[in-house]
Design a binder for this molecule. Sequence first.
Ligand code: ADP
Ligand code: MG
Length: 186
Amino acid sequence: APFPIRLSGPVIKGFGRGSKDLGIPTANIPADDLDNHPDLKTGVYFGVVALAPIQSGENGENSESGNGNTSGTNAHDTILPAVLSIGYNPFYKNTVRSVEIHVMPPTTQPSPTAATQSQPTFHRLPDFYGTKLNLLILGYIRPEFDYVSMEALIEDIRVDCEVARLSLLRAGYLRYLVDDGEGLEG
Ligand code: ADP
Ligand code: MG
């Protein structure tokens, strides 16, 4: 598929397994947008997301209306690296295709936990259910695999995050991480 590929949609509720089982939150967006990209195969990809500033506070969770930004990207959006899976999550044997995006800390600053922990924990933001997420898919990492254990799955996702992080540092991709004030439209 020719990258970049743009996908967007409101952040919806998934099966709730990302955080609870795996300790890896994934923002789910509707799979409908995939119909516009029939050649996009299932698998794990890296890219960048534009997120509206998160206003935590109201009820502790931004449900339904989210933080009010349901439109496109805007000047205040933060551009962050992301790893995503498109498909059926063979380990969980889903019957419907899902698009699940794990948002990572900015690539340019080393994660503080990485130096002190051999198994850094996954990045956690305040919830942003209901907000519009704009995603730019920049490259393919691997197909979806089934795993003998949840630990094996988590370990592979760690590697995916590292692949994404290092890929985005390459000269050709760095420009996607630069916030030019126009969100992902620019
Ligand atoms: P669900 O099954 O509803 O998607 P998850 O356990 O996967 O539940 O958690 C996803 C939610 O967690 C996202 O919708 C978002 O609001 C929040 N979240 C917090 N940190 C992140 C992150 N780093 N990447 C993606 N989503 C995150
Ligand atoms: Mg999820």
